[in-house]
Write a protein that binds this ligand. Structure first.
Ligand code: PLP
Length: 436
């Protein structure tokens, strides 16, 4: 049991009181208003398992940001040490040790001159910043560009600006942003997109979107290496390298969204590293502090950063938040990166992720399974309909496996520290949920 001696929460709360409080006072994001999530009120976690107030155990394969699982002693130590030493300072006022150490560490993982990092708190804020930086960059180069090219099924956040980068129905909103976007539809099903023949069609679609307004060349192309919220859709090999070439030829910034894929989720530190590309801006978040603290890194090339000295009003970046680069979040991120390295998590995710996918492919025999796809610890089972995916997710919950459901896709994303035994259990519970 957790040590609750100095925490001002009543841990003896009964499940029914917890349920009442939740359904009366908490507004859960992204779920129907009448949904009652309080059925599972989580009380504690250890490794890849969590327990609810009733003491039932679950495997967490739904937390998109879980790198080291729950209660990792190194994270607990790093966070508590930093809180005792210095919990934070506004980076607009002074610097602190964890921010510098973390920014340097990120530069060591990233190629070329991707050396300068702005820290913010959420992925959405990271994309607000990236788009702001891109627009300001062109202004500083004496050009007024207003357009972004992105995937219609991409997802880069839920703020006014970032939701306008994609066209997913659930994020459509009556208030619209004046940012001009041009969204590329996928030229084929997820299965077709994995084939080499999809590459020229996909790159052609991006070229067409760029050419759609010859008077207003895009300030940037914004893409995820795989479409997470869009349905865990893998893109053809060579896609990012092809986009980089297009961006170089047309003088357009390439912004890569590693919010979900960064820090080992796919088996590489960053998913764009499957290809030989250098983005202009990389936004990375979820796995960075493994869900222990909110933090997002917006990393840009040195030459891009240097231009901001010419900003006419400030001579620098006119963007940031009071908690940007929070010292405790930076310390948690450094501890997470230590664990990724010390436990060889990238190799393990590559190896075990392959086994997970191979074993799950057996489900393709089921008449309601349309596709099984994945890479590293991203596994998607696509059902014939969204209703079937909802039913599978509900049965998985009953089987004590927490999964995600987006449309017709059931998404399984276990913590990167999960072992073979844990993955066998994930397999068995998932299989029972799909076939049940
Ligand atoms: C690829 C991607 N980009 C951006 C975001 C937005 O991040 P946040 O929810 O932290 O604002 C998400 C969140 O799921 C994401 O998956």
């Amino acid at each position: 049991m957790p040590d609750t001696s100095c925490v001002n929460i009543d841990f003896s709360t009964t499940p029914s009181l917890a349920r009442q409080r939740d359904s009366r006072y908490v507004w859960h994001p992204w779920v129907p208003a009448e949904a009652d999530l309080s059925e599972i009120t989580l009380a504690r976690g250890a490794g890849y398992r969590v327990w609810d107030l009733e003491g039932r155990e679950y495997i967490d394969a739904a937390s998109l940001n879980s790198t080291c699982g729950y209660g990792h002693p190194d994270l607990v130590t790093a966070i508590s040490n930093q809180v005792r030493r210095l919990h934070g300072t506004d980076l607009a006022t002074a610097c602190h040790l964890p921010a510098g150490a973390l920014a340097e560490r990120l530069a060591s993982y990233l190629p070329d001159d991707l050396n300068r990092t702005l820290f913010v708190n959420s992925g959405s804020e990271g994309f607000e910043a990236a788009v702001f930086i891109a627009a300001a960059y062109w202004r500083l180069r004496g050009q007024s560009r207003s357009r972004i090219v992105s995937f219609a099924k991409g997802y880069h956040g839920s703020t006014l600006l970032t939701r306008s980068l994609s066209a997913l129905p659930p994020i459509e909103h009556p208030i619209t942003c004046s940012l001009r976007t041009c969204q590329v539809e996928l030229p084929g099903s997820p299965r077709q997109l994995r084939a080499a023949e999809a590459l020229p069609r996909l790159l052609g679609a991006f070229s067409e979107a760029i050419d759609a307004d010859a008077d207003d060349p895009p300030m940037a192309i914004v893409v995820e290496p795989l479409l997470n919220v869009g349905g865990a859709i893998l893109l053809p090999e060579g896609f990012l390298a092809g986009l980089r070439k297009i961006c170089d030829e047309r003088d357009i910034l390439l912004i890569i969204d590693e919010v979900f894929t960064g820090y080992g989720r796919t088996g590489k530190m960053f998913a764009f590293q499957f290809e030989d590309v250098v983005p202009d801006i990389v936004v990375s978040s979820k796995g960075l502090a493994g869900g222990y603290m909110p933090i997002t890194a917006v990393t840009v090339r040195d030459q891009l950063h240097a231009l901001f000295a010419d900003d006419p009003i400030l001579g620098g970046l006119r963007y940031g938040h009071t908690t940007s680069g929070h010292a405790v979040a930076c310390a948690a991120a450094l501890a997470t990166l230590d664990i990724i390295e010390a436990d060889n998590l990238l190799d393990r995710v590559t190896r075990l992720g392959r086994c997970l996918l191979d074993a799950t492919e057996a489900l393709l025999d089921h008449p309601n399974v349309v596709d099984v796809r994945g890479i590293g610890f991203v596994l998607a089972v696509e059902m014939t309909t969204a209703e079937m995916a909802v039913a599978v997710a509900e049965r998985a919950y009953s089987n004590r496996l927490l999964v995600r459901q987006n449309g017709s896709v059931v998404l399984v994303c276990p913590p990167l520290i999960i072992d073979e035994q844990g993955l066998d259990e994930v397999q068995a519970r998932l299989r029972a949920a799909v076939t049940g």
